[in-house]
Design a protein around this ligand. Structure first.
Ligand SMILES: *Cc1c(COP(=O)(O)O)cnc(C)c1O
Length: 371
């Protein structure tokens, strides 16, 4: 699904040099390189504050911890995402209120949010799934009307730009009150281990979250609140600093691969290629996900396995059906779209090193299945 080694080979010299520098400095935690990366990411995203942390799940948890919520407060989010998005809500004793998705983009359907708002609603967590920004403008509007805060889960869409109705563009993750991301190796900007970051334009929230990531400590050994230990280590920051320079190039290359896939599947009636809602920069293809009729999905997967072509089923279930989160307040009839989509999706190899030859091989193998 990814080719991290191929990518490394092209930047090996720089990465090795930067790692050696960190080892030589012995400044493994909170070294100057972490600050440098923080500054570079702030500039790239055009956001006032970046707070590095240990991973994308922590980033979401810390964002929620910063909002002074009470047990039982309601957090509205999508029903179709990676586990982290709902997990942190439940871990903090908050109540997840999950919303069905847009069948074209797999992102939260903003038109279904209003019905879910109660006097206990406090936050909306939209996810920019598979690399495509969700309809964040509508979500912000709903949030403003109802006095809710917005945390964008941007783990899959770093570098994506949302185009507002006035044609202005803004980086996803910097539009809501707080944005979060993950530097897990396979993400669009990945390190060589775990890593994450939180973004905000609010000085107050940034101050608060800088304390929370560091045991609630604002003055050395004085703990003003219960925090966590969540750090990005210097080695990962050094690697990310090298790779950040290439992020736009990496995302372009994903978009080009998606274009080649789209062209190849154009005439295959049973395949629906990814729908891009806004303009091209709004989708950075963390995943390239097809929809096929549900009766063909599993046999197509088997056909790919037989031909040694990797694929992924993201995600086999909506949150409402997962054993761990299944709660009496989820009702199956609220999720007709997720229930249909989960049996239609199949994601193909998508990364920065895909060659035309590999794409031809993958698309020919799939087309032959449908012939
Ligand atoms: C990967 C991911 C996360 C979590 O990131 P980790 O760094 O693995 O903790 C959160 N949300 C979404 C949507 C993700 O894809």
């Amino acid at each position: 699904m990814v080719d991290l080694n191929g990518q490394y080979r092209k930047i090996r010299w720089q990465v090795n040099r930067e790692i050696k520098k960190v080892i030589k400095s012995s400044s493994f935690i909170n070294g100057p390189i972490v600050k440098e990366f923080q500054k570079n990411l702030q500039e790239y995203l055009n956001v006032r504050h970046v707070i590095p942390c240990a991973n994308g799940t922590d980033a979401l948890q810390i964002a929620l911890m910063a909002l002074d919520l009470k047990k039982g407060d309601e957090i509205i989010t999508t029903n179709f995402s990676f586990a982290s998005t709902i997990e942190v809500i439940l871990l903090l004793g908050l109540k997840p209120v999950i919303v069905d998705i847009d069948p074209r983009t797999f992102n939260i359907d903003p038109s279904l949010i209003n019905n879910k708002i109660t006097e206990r609603s406090k936050v909306i967590i939209p996810v920019h799934l598979f690399g495509q920004s969700c309809r964040i403008e509508e979500i912000i509007e709903i949030a403003n009307k109802n006095n809710l805060q917005v945390i964008e889960d941007n783990a899959q869409a770093l570098g994506s730009q949302y185009k507002f109705s006035n044609s202005e563009k803004q980086m996803t993750g910097t539009i809501g009150d707080i944005g979060t991301t993950s530097f897990f190796p396979s993400k669009n900007l990945g390190c060589y281990g775990d890593g994450g970051a939180i973004f905000t334009n609010s000085d107050n929230l940034a101050y608060k979250m800088r304390g929370i990531v560091n045991h609630g400590m604002y003055e050395r050994y004085y703990h003003d609140e219960i925090g966590v230990n969540s750090r990005l280590d210097s080695m990962q920051a050094a690697i990310l600093n090298v790779k950040l320079k290439y992020l736009d190039k990496y995302n372009k290359s994903r978009q080009q691969s998606a274009h080649l896939y789209n062209q190849a599947f154009e005439k295959v009636e049973k395949i629906q290629t990814p729908f891009v809602e806004s303009d091209i920069d709004s989708h950075v293809y963390h995943q390239y996900t097809l929809k096929v009729p549900s009766e063909f999905r599993d046999s197509l997967a088997e056909h790919l396995s037989k031909n040694n072509i990797p694929f992924g089923i993201y995600y086999p279930l909506g949150f409402h059906e997962q054993k761990a989160y299944k709660q009496e307040f989820f009702s199956d009839k609220d999720f007709p779209v997720t229930n249909k989509i989960k049996d239609q999706v199949i994601s193909l190899p998508m990364h920065t090193e895909l060659s035309r030859k590999q794409i031809n091989h993958i698309t020919n193998t799939i087309i032959s299945f449908f012939e």
